[in-house]
Design a protein around this ligand. Structure first.
Ligand code: PMM
Length: 311
């Protein structure tokens, strides 16, 4: 067999005889494409995430799902072992690492660029050791400030997400004046802590934290007015995928759309974010967002040079 070898668990979700490819050299952050918005695939190795919780009961099924996203074209795979959904139970760093480390190791070995979605500095450190390249801290440094030293020491890119409180309290912390200005100002305060710890500006990726300490209305306001966040001068990551405000938008006969019914709306937000120059989107359904990114990238080229007639 040439470059492809059959192995269980890694082809399309429906395929009984999936495909695994030869390991590739580990991907590097510096080699990510810079001419389009990147697509970060979500891999929650948790029993209780709101959309894909419990989908991956063993490391093997999680690895298979991660590889499917990687082979479908995801630029980054974001691996998390603790649900961030409102009211979710806390997970110890030990349990979190037991969930994510084998998955990260396998995906890195296959050549994927991996980020680790964690609020624990010890898990972030262990994940970096296992080959992860990016720290994705949804707490915005509020749970374990030592994340800042870790990012400074390792030089790893750090996703600074806006959130108030924790998973239990965040939904009651939604008082803002102007939500876009306030979120930018709060992020600037944390950004300054990162600078003080020695983190370089180019390591920082800003995330508005859609669905974290925001009402549905505030999520839409933030999406509409990202200018104050963009003015901070960092890469922007947008994480709207399957979130509740999309379910509310797509309500039919008084019933909000289920998480799995929100992928078309997610892809629409990807197209809008890409047209605005977002660095990356964090999504469950990689294929539809890759297509949306391609549309936005094509539209933004200086000249549309096609001479063929299409219908
Ligand atoms: N949302 C969730 C988890 N991690 N990370 C970043 N950077 N931004 C987000 O918006 C974000 C995140 C919650 O959603 P999930 O359960 O689908 O992972």
């Amino acid at each position: 067999m040439d470059s492809l070898a059959a192995a269980p668990g890694t082809g399309p979700a429906t395929s009984p005889l999936p495909i695994i490819r030869k390991p590739r050299p580990a991907a590097r952050f510096a080699d990510l494409p810079a001419d389009r918005t990147l697509v970060m695939g979500i891999l929650n190795v948790t029993p209780d995430s709101f959309s894909d919780g419990g989908t991956h009961p063993t490391p093997d099924t999680a690895i298979a799902a991660g590889l499917r996203m990687f082979y479908a074209g995801a630029d980054i795979i974001d691996v998390g072992g603790e649900s961030t959904r409102p009211g979710a139970a806390e997970v110890s760093p030990e349990e979190e690492q037991r969930r994510v480390l084998p998955v990260i190791e396998a995906l890195v070995k296959a050549g994927a660029l991996v980020s680790v979605d964690t609020t624990h500095a010890s898990t972030a450190a262990a994940a970096l050791k296992a080959g992860a390249a990016i720290i994705n801290d949804v707490s915005g440094l509020t749970i374990e400030p030592e994340m800042a030293e870790l990012a400074a020491r390792t030089g790893a890119p750090y996703v600074l997400t806006h959130r108030r409180g924790d998973a239990k309290t965040m939904n009651s912390l939604t008082e803002y004046g102007d939500v876009a200005q306030d979120v930018a100002a709060e992020l600037m305060g944390v950004r300054d802590k990162l600078y003080a710890a020695g983190v370089a500006p180019e390591q920082i990726i800003i995330d508005p934290g859609l669905g974290f300490s925001k009402t549905d209305q505030q999520n839409w306001e933030l999406l509409k007015n990202m200018a104050p966040l963009e003015a901070l001068g960092h890469k922007i990551l947008v994480g709207a995928s399957r979130k509740r405000f999309l379910g509310t938008l797509l309500t039919v006969a008084g019933k909000a759309a289920a998480p799995q019914e929100r992928d078309h709306a997610t892809a629409a937000i990807t197209a809008i974010s890409a047209a605005r120059g977002a660095w990356a989107v964090r999504v469950h359904d990689v294929g539809s967002s890759l297509d949306a990114v391609k549309v936005a990238a094509r539209m933004s080229r200086p000249q549309l040079g096609d001479t063929r007639t299409t219908n």
